[in-house]
Design a protein around this ligand. Structure first.
Ligand SMILES: NC(=O)c1ccc[n+]([C@@H]2O[C@H](COP(=O)([O-])OP(=O)(O)OC[C@H]3O[C@@H](n4cnc5c(N)ncnc54)[C@H](OP(=O)(O)O)[C@@H]3O)[C@@H](O)[C@H]2O)c1
Length: 282
């Protein structure tokens, strides 16, 4: 749909990518509902966007919600429906990095809940409302790691592979309705999402990164084109395709990643750094 017709519920709006997405959508003429957990951060972001972009205040609103809390999710769906959202961008996400044996079970549950279950539940709650719109879009922000499994990212990768599967199945399920379901797969992007450990891993493996504006521009392009899926960055796009057809062909290409991770594992098993392994990723 045209950006000017879009009323976008944007989760993860307070994050490194989300803030730039919000500004890009507003500049293109969309109305935006910012979502994050902290009222103060949302209010400050809203004030900043209104004054910096000189947009009418009625094109921007915010709603505090913790996507892990059922009541909060229900309240968000109700607020978004009352506001007339016709686009949902599932952009909120949390990282996880480290060898599986070192990742705390609670972290596994939290990552899968935030990155996969919450977008599924929020979409489900909003579907009756979205079906009443002339046209509606659900855009899931995944990752290259939702198409390629890398050593150290089994938990995060599982959440994003799941999100991609959800988006693909729902896209086909709703193909004869007015609701389009889309999937955006950014590669590593320069935000605080990536911990120092992940930065070391990325440098050691020669992983390229984008700035948030690149991802925001891709999102705007998807909103307007309604394309089913889009991956950001080359050669990641190509690798995702090859991995989809013949994953074992790429196994040896990631030997270096495993070796880098092995060093991280060795460090994580030493008593002084035991806590530091499974924190952040992409
Ligand atoms: N950065 C990368 O390298 C990269 C690469 C590929 C894909 N991605 C994906 O891009 C998306 C945005 O990433 P980012 O780099 O902008 O991350 P970020 O800066 O860490 O921001 C994360 C956002 O998610 C929100 N969030 C986290 N848990 C939440 C919860 N329980 N309830 C509500 N909101 C919650 C945070 O809101 P609060 O204000 O409440 O904390 C924040 O707005 C994520 O889905 C990520 O997986 C990132």
């Amino acid at each position: 749909m045209k950006a000017a017709d879009a009323r976008v519920l944007l989760t993860g709006a307070t994050g490194g990518i989300g803030q730039v997405m919000a500004a890009t959508l507003l500049q293109a003429g969309a109305s935006v509902m910012l979502v994050g957990r902290a009222e103060g951060r949302l209010s400050a972001l809203s004030d900043d966007l209104i004054s910096r972009l000189k947009i009418p205040a009625d094109r921007l609103t915010w709603q505090a919600a913790d996507l892990l809390q059922t009541d909060s999710l229900t309240g968000l769906a109700d607020a978004a429906a009352a506001w007339g959202a016709n686009v949902v961008v599932h952009n909120a996400g949390v990282p996880s990095f480290g060898p599986l044996a070192a990742v705390d079970p609670g972290e596994i549950a939290r990552v899968l809940h935030t990155n996969l279950l919450a977008p599924m539940l929020l979409t489900r709650s909003l579907l009756p409302h979205l079906h009443r719109q002339k046209r509606a879009q659900v855009i899931c922000v995944g990752s290259t790691l939702g198409s390629i499994g890398l050593p150290g990212f089994s938990v995060y990768g599982a959440s994003k592979f799941g999100l991609r599967g959800f988006a693909e199945a729902l896209r086909r399920e709703l193909a004869d309705t007015a609701v389009r379901v889309q999937y955006l797969g950014p590669r590593t992007t320069h935000t605080s999402f990536n911990s120092p450990e992940v930065e070391v891993y990325n440098r050691a493996t020669g992983t390229a990164h984008d700035m948030p504006a690149t991802v925001a521009t891709a999102l705007l392009g998807m909103l307007e084109s309604e394309s089913a899926q889009r991956f950001v960055g080359f050669p990641e796009k190509l690798a995702a395709r090859i991995n989809g057809c013949a994953p074992s062909l790429l196994d040896s290409a990631f030997n270096k990643h495993r070796q880098v991770l092995s060093k991280a594992l060795a460090a994580s098993l030493s008593p002084t750094t035991e806590h530091a392994t499974s924190r952040n990723s992409k």
